[in-house]
Design a protein around this ligand. Structure first.
Ligand code: TMP
Length: 218
């Protein structure tokens, strides 16, 4: 089973992922914790190219690098783990490419071609994945911005306008595939978030025992 964790920067993905991983391991499950962009040597190199301004790159270049990075990660890490029956907890996945790259305003006349390209690449990636669910850590931009104070920011985190279009991107994406998503209220204390995550741990564990229930998060 693949569980991806999505949300704007500063929403608490890493803390939530670490909590989920430890709770699932406590239940005796084999779990790997990985992230995108990244998760393999090649993918980590591509991550640096996308998220920094070392070489300035367009939205389309970033989209292609994100999918190249993802293909390597899926082939080398995610698919082998899923084939071995492990639970994969991945911070960010295809929804991030939708929210960060597909909402880039620069495509102009090529938008429908780029959208087509995105969905084709998504189909290829999803051929390697069957049981796939996503937690969306929901938090207002003002709160996430406060949490980012003092951190070294990447090129997306630095720009408030990008954060706004990312939120819109996520909301469109959730509307396109609502059954895959489970919304977690990330705008509360860590203890409150953990209570919501405990319910999800229970559902994941139960569904692994009864795999005939595919929409277990809904
Ligand atoms: P992180 O700080 O959550 O690790 O994410 C790193 C940055 O990568 C974040 O600002 C969003 C960006 N990103 C993309 O632009 N496209 C993608 O496909 C992914 C997975 C992340």
């Amino acid at each position: 089973m693949l569980i991806t964790i999505e949300g704007i920067d500063g929403c608490g993905k890493t803390t939530s992922a670490e909590y989920l991983v430890s709770k699932l391991r406590d239940r005796g499950l084999k779990v790997i914790h990985t992230r995108e962009l990244g998760g393999t040597q090649l993918a980590e190199i591509l991550r640096e190219l996308v998220i920094t301004d070392i070489y300035s790159s367009s939205g389309l270049t970033d989209l292609l690098m994100a999918f190249a990075s993802r293909m390597d990660h899926v082939e080398k890490v995610i698919k082998p783990a899923l084939d071995a029956g492990e639970v994969v907890i991945c911070e960010r996945f295809i929804d991030s490419t939708y929210a960060y790259q597909l909402t880039d305003p620069s495509y102009k006349d090529n938008l429908s071609l780029v959208r087509g390209l995105f969905y084709d690449l998504e189909v290829i990636i999803k051929k390697h994945i069957r049981d796939y669910h996503t937690l969306y850590l929901d938090i207002p931009i003002e709160e996430s911005t406060k949490r980012l104070v003092g951190r070294k920011l990447d090129k997306f985190e630095k720009d408030q306008a990008i954060q706004c279009r990312v939120v819109k991107g996520y909301s469109d994406r959730i509307a396109q595939d609502p059954k895959r998503f489970l919304r977690v209220n990330a705008n509360q204390s860590l203890e409150g978030v953990k209570v919501e995550l405990d319910v999800i741990v229970e559902k994941i564990s139960t569904s692994l025992i009864s795999p005939e229930e595919p929409d277990f998060l809904t």
